[in-house]
Design a protein around this ligand. Structure first.
Ligand code: FAD
Length: 469
């Protein structure tokens, strides 16, 4: 009987444990993608980008004589329908590790097993499954460095070669058309403009990894912080949708270490930050939407009073150049430099004393590399409420950050059209992408700061001190 292979965040043929196992059985395999209850909750840009990934992957499967069946509905209902239509005796998938996906998968697995179906999951989009990494005393890691030290020497199995053939069923079940799903419907920011910045699919991801290893990994340690340079791998977008496996990145990173490329170990460490995010999401699901440190629950966030400033933050017109440039980078490209993410998150949670969840929600809506675990951890790290976080009293100063990481102003010039005559095309695209209701024009005067940097900093520190009593 056929195997239904349920794809989620694993849109690739290469180094794919579950799919390889399915192919090896010699049984017919019916690849399925479901626009399900978890996908329904995605923000605008991630949903749009997922749609591009699914569409592209459907083409990849066609190239090997297979097909991606698209259906919409509650995952369990859809799978049961497909079992009824195809006579499939098995449903296999790659595991996910964030609480929403785990809850869905657990329910599906139990119900299908009760139906007598072979419901099996395989290792998914991490290097180290969260329950396989333990502290010396048998708990989970709350701090990054010891986790890194414990996993850095792990000998991961070799990459699995790409699936090149899948046995087709006698008859294919019907499939929705992806265009009918309108996955870009909420993308009110000129999807065609953001589309210039995406690199969709397995081949694009492999090229990204190869060029990064060849040209940039050596200098990565320093270049990764320079905001105008493309010093990083840009692989987050592809890792998010499983267009490349983290294991391939890991092996490529280790090969570079052995070739003496000096930045390679830093790259491996960053990959483990991603692991740490899933480790925490799995062991402490509250990190996703509640202060990881409960003592933060009584912090006097001022979101209600700061509605105008929050709007300015989202729109990239706080009057703080580096913050605005980074916010505009995200809006117009779907990506934001890591240093930008730290700076705008510090600014929102400290200078504007706004709850990190406000920022998290905006990132959920705007990022094409949106990852539920890394985004939650990143925000709680920045706010000070998370594990191994930067302390609240360490307030990033955007002016000093600009001197260090955008010294020649080229990053700011790329995005701030009102201020720099030699601005980049992205600055013009930004004004094309934003909604009319924002009433912003490239010919406007650049805004004055919504709060002076020293005043905002002091206000945050005072609130922090008072709370400590
Ligand atoms: P590289 O520097 O090339 O790093 C390689 C890979 O390591 C990345 O692709 C990513 O998978 C991982 N990585 C690097 N830094 C981190 C980190 N700090 N935390 C977790 N993983 C990391 N990353 C996301 O993928 N999705 C998000 O939604 C996301 N939200 C964030 C929100 C905030 C407030 C902060 C501070 C960080 C967030 N990050 C997120 C982490 C980081 O900014 C991005 O992973 C990184 O900028 C991606 O660019 P890159 O692929 O070129 O990274």
């Amino acid at each position: 009987t056929p195997i239904l292979f349920w794809f989620r965040r694993d849109l690739r043929l290469g180094d794919h444990e579950g799919l390889s196992a399915a192919a090896k059985t010699g049984r017919p395999v019916i690849p399925v993608f479901i626009h399900d209850e978890v996908v329904e909750t995605h923000g605008a840009a991630p949903k749009w980008r997922l749609g591009l990934g699914v569409d592209h992957f459907a083409g990849t499967l066609e190239d090997i004589g297979s097909k991606l069946i698209l259906r919409r509905g509650k995952a369990l209902d859809v799978l049961r329908d497909l079992i009824g239509e195809t006579g499939a005796g098995a449903v296999w998938w790659s595991r996910a590790y964030d609480p929403d996906a785990i809850a869905r998968d657990k329910g599906v697995k139990e119900a299908l097993k009760d139906d007598g179906i072979d419901a099996q999951s395989f290792k998914g989009h991490v290097l180290f499954e969260p329950w396989t990494v333990e502290t010396k005393t048998g708990g989970f890691y709350r701090v990054f460095s010891p986790m890194w030290k414990s996993v850095r020497g792990w000998d991961l199995a070799a990459d699995i070669s790409a699936v090149s053939e899948l046995c087709a069923p006698d008859q294919w079940p019907s499939s929705d058309k992806i265009d009918d799903w309108q996955m870009g419907a909420a993308m009110r920011r000129g999807a065609d403009i953001v589309a210039k910045h995406v690199a969709v699919g397995e081949e694009a991801a492999s090229t990204r990894l190869a060029t990064f290893i060849r040209d940039r990994i050596d200098g990565y340690k320093d270049a990764r912080d320079q905001m105008a340079a493309r010093g990083t791998s840009m692989l987050s977008e592809n890792l998010t949708y499983g267009e490349i496996s983290p294991r391939r990145c890991w092996h490529a990173g280790w090969r570079a270490v052995h070739e003496g490329k000096s930045g390679a170990e830093t790259f491996l460490k960053e990959l483990v930050w991603r692991e740490f995010a899933y480790h925490l999401a799995y062991h402490t699901p509250r990190i996703m939407d509640k202060n990881w440190r409960e003592e933060w629950d009584d912090f006097p966030w001022k979101d209600d009073e700061r509605a105008a400033e929050i709007k300015a933050w989202k729109q990239g017109r706080t009057g703080i150049q580096l913050v605005d440039a980074a916010m505009r980078e995200m809006y117009v490209t779907g990506y934001m430099h890591n240093r930008g993410r730290m700076i705008v998150a510090s600014y929102l949670t400290k200078h504007l004393m706004t709850h990190w969840k406000v920022g998290q929600a905006w990132f959920d809506d705007c990022l094409i590399d949106w990852d539920p675990a890394s985004n939650a951890m990143g925000w709680q790290w920045s706010a000070g409420s998370g594990p191994d976080a930067t302390p609240y009293f360490r307030v990033f100063n955007p002016a000093t950050q600009a001197e260090k990481f955008d010294n020649d102003r080229s990053y700011r010039a790329r995005y701030l059209g009102e201020l720099f005559k030699d601005h980049g095309g992205e600055a013009e695209d930004y004004f094309k992408a934003i909604p009319k209701s924002w009433s912003m024009a490239i010919t406007d005067d650049y805004p004055k700061p919504v709060v002076a940097l020293d005043e905002g900093r002091q206000r945050a520190l005072d609130a922090y001190q008072q709370r400590k009593g």
